[in-house]
Design a protein around this ligand. Structure first.
Ligand SMILES: Cc1cc2nc3c(=O)[nH]c(=O)nc-3n(C[C@H](O)[C@H](O)[C@H](O)COP(=O)(O)OP(=O)(O)OC[C@H]3O[C@@H](n4cnc5c(N)ncnc54)[C@H](O)[C@@H]3O)c2cc1C
Length: 466
C-alpha cells in the first residue's frame, strides 16, 4: 500500500490515537498532505497502559480479517510482533473452542491470528504510523469541540487544549475531522449544539463484567494451544478466554453476563474460572503464578450510533470506530471493524470528498451489520437480555446451539463457525445447505449415540509458532 496522496490534499485531523484513530490516520495519509492525530493521554514510550484505553488490561484478540487489513497497511507488522514474543497460530489447530459444554473438533484451518497484548499491539502500530512523513501525532492534547463555517454546514477544524500548566485553548484548521474518540465520543452532543439531530442509538443492555489477570506461562505449555475460549451460555453465564502473550505470559479474561462477576482476588478468580461450563481454563491456571492483580471492566451494552440515518450532516466531518459502534467485546470485533472502516474510508476518498459522510457512513453500516448481528444475536440467547426477538432470531439461536453440538465432532462445522467469528464469511453462510445438512447429521448421530465419521480423527499436534 503506498502512502502517496491520491485525492483531496490539505489537512486532516483525527481525534484519538487508539487503534481506531491510528488506522483512520493510516488511511487518511494516502489522501491528505498532513494528518494530525490528537490524543488526550500522554502516550507511554514502550507499550505501557494508559488512562484513555483501560481495556488494554484485558485480553484483546485480533480477528483474522482485521489482522490482514492491518498487515496490509503496515507490511511486516505481524513478523515484528512475533519477534517481540507474540504467538502466531492457526485459529483452530492451535486453539481450543468450548461451546455448549465441550470443545470443537480442531483442524488445520489455514487461517492465522496473533496473540499479543493490547499495549504492544498499539505501540507497534503507533511506531509504524509515526514513520509516515505526513503524519504527526500530538499527545497530551484534549479536543474540546468543533470549529465550523458560520452557517455550520462544514466542520473546519477543532478546538484543543494541551495538557500542560501554561496552555490556552487553540484552534486547529482542517479539511476533514475524524472522531475516533471511542465509545464516550461527544460528537452527538457537538452536532446537536450546531443545530443537527443526534443519531438514533441502538442499545442492547448486557451487563457484562470482565475480570482479567496475567499469569506466567511455563516453557512446557508452549507446545500446547495458544488460545482457549469457553463460551458463556444462558445456562452458565460465565465465559472466558485465555490467550498467550509476549513475555511468556497468559492473559485470562473471565466474563460474566447480567451481573455475574468474578471476585477481584487470585483465589476467588480461580474458583470462578473453575465454575465455568468446562474447567479448561482452570486446568491450565490452577498451578500458574499470577504476575498481575485482577482488574475489572464493566461493559453495560452493545451500542450503535446510526449516523447513516441522519438526513443532515456537516461536511468535513466523520465519526469512526467505537464512537460509531462498540460491541460486546467477548466477540473481539472492535479493532477488526475499525480496520475495515479504515479501508472503507480510503475507498471513499478515492472517489473524492463530495458526500463523503453519507458514503462513508453507508459503507461503515454495511461493515458493522454482520458483526452486530453476531453479537446481538448471541447476546439475545440470554432470556434476561432485552431486545427484539422474532421467531427467526429464536430459530437461529436454536440452530447455532445445534451447530456447536455437532461441531464437537465435526471440524468442518467448527471451521464454518470460525470463518464467521473471524469476519471472513457473513453469518448467513452457516445456513448453507451443506452446513445445515452436517448440523442435522451430527445431531441425529448424537441422539443415536453413534459418533460421526470424523469423530475418531486425532487432534492434530502443534508445532510451536516460535
Ligand atoms: C474490555 C474490552 C475488551 C476488548 N477486547 C477486544 C478484543 O479482544 N478484540 C477487539 O478487536 N476489540 C476489543 N475491544 C474493543 C477495542 O478496544 C476497540 O474497538 C478499539 O480500541 C478501537 O476503538 P477506538 O480506537 O475507536 O476507541 P478507543 O479505543 O476507546 O480509543 C479512544 C481514544 O480517544 C482518546 N480520546 C477520547 N476523547 C478524546 C478527546 N476529546 N481528545 C483527544 N483524545 C481523546 C482516548 O484517550 C483514546 O485513546 C475491547 C474493548 C473493551 C472495552
Amino acid at each position: 500500500m503506498s502512502t502517496q496522496q491520491t485525492g483531496a490534499g490539505g489537512a486532516a485531523v483525527v481525534i484519538g490515537a487508539s487503534i481506531g484513530g491510528l488506522l483512520a490516520a493510516r488511511a487518511l495519509a494516502e489522501h491528505y498532505g498532513q494528518v494530525l492525530l490528537l490524543e488526550r493521554d500522554t502516550l507511554p514510550a514502550a507499550g505501557g497502559h494508559r488512562k484513555g484505553t483501560p481495556q488494554s488490561r484485558h485480553a484483546h484478540a485480533v480477528l483474522v480479517r482485521g489482522l490482514a487489513v492491518i498487515e496490509g497497511y503496515f507490511p511486516g507488522l505481524t513478523a515484528a510482533l512475533v519477534a517481540q514474543g507474540a504467538d502466531y497460530g492457526d485459529v483452530s489447530q492451535n486453539a481450543r473452542w468450548f461451546h455448549e459444554g465441550a470443545h470443537h473438533r480442531p483442524a488445520v484451518s489455514g487461517h492465522h491470528a496473533i496473540n499479543v497484548s493490547r499495549p504492544l499491539l498499539e505501540a507497534t502500530v503507533r511506531a509504524r504510523l509515526r514513520e509516515l512523513p505526513n503524519v504527526q501525532l500530538v499527545d497530551g492534547c484534549d479536543v474540546l469541540g468543533l470549529l465550523t463555517t458560520p452557517d455550520a454546514a462544514r466542520v473546519s477544524g477543532v478546538r484543543v487544549i494541551r495538557r500542560r500548566a501554561d496552555s490556552a485553548e487553540e484552534s486547529l484548521a482542517a479539511d476533514l475531522v475524524v472522531d475516533a474518540s471511542g465509545r464516550g465520543s461527544r460528537s452527538a452532543a457537538w452536532l446537536e449544539a450546531l443545530g443537527y439531530a443526534r443519531p438514533v442509538e441502538d442499545v442492547v443492555q448486557i451487563g457484562v463484567t470482565y475480570t482479567s489477570c496475567e499469569y506466567r506461562r511455563r516453557a512446557e505449555q508452549r507446545a500446547g494451544p495458544v488460545a482457549l475460549i469457553v463460551a458463556a451460555s444462558p445456562e452458565q453465564p460465565r465465559g472466558g478466554v485465555l490467550l498467550s502473550q509476549e513475555g511468556d505470559r497468559w492473559i485470562l479474561t473471565a466474563a460474566g453476563y447480567l451481573g455475574a462477576q468474578a471476585p477481584l482476588t487470585h483465589a476467588g478468580l480461580l474458583e470462578y474460572v473453575g465454575g465455568m461450563a468446562v474447567p479448561a481454563l482452570y486446568e491450565v491456571l490452577k498451578d500458574a503464578e499470577p504476575v498481575s492483580e485482577p482488574v475489572a471492566y464493566k461493559i453495560p451494552s452493545n451500542l450503535r450510533r446510526r449516523y447513516e440515518r441522519l438526513a443532515r450532516f456537516p461536511q468535513g466531518f466523520l465519526v469512526f470506530g467505537d464512537a460509531l459502534c462498540s460491541f460486546n467485546p467477548i466477540y473481539a470485533q472492535g479493532m477488526s471493524v475499525a480496520a475495515l472502516e479504515a479501508e472503507a474510508l480510503g475507498a471513499c476518498l478515492e472517489q473524492g470528498e463530495d458526500d463523503l459522510a453519507q458514503r462513508f457512513f453507508a459503507q461503515a453500516a454495511a461493515i458493522i451489520d454482520p458483526p452486530w448481528a453476531t453479537a446481538v444475536g448471541n447476546d439475545l440467547r440470554f432470556p434476561e437480555v432485552a431486545g427484539p426477538r422474532t421467531a427467526m432470531t429464536r430459530l437461529i439461536a436454536w440452530y447455532l446451539g445445534k451447530l456447536h453440538h455437532a461441531a464437537h465432532h465435526d471440524a468442518e462445522l467448527s471451521l464454518a463457525f470460525l470463518k464467521v467469528a473471524n469476519l471472513l464469511e457473513p453469518p448467513p453462510s452457516l445456513l448453507r445447505p451443506g452446513i445445515a445438512w452436517r448440523v442435522l447429521r451430527g445431531n441425529l448421530w448424537a441422539r443415536r449415540g453413534t459418533p460421526p465419521a470424523n469423530a475418531a480423527t486425532p487432534i492434530p499436534s502443534r508445532s510451536p509458532t516460535r
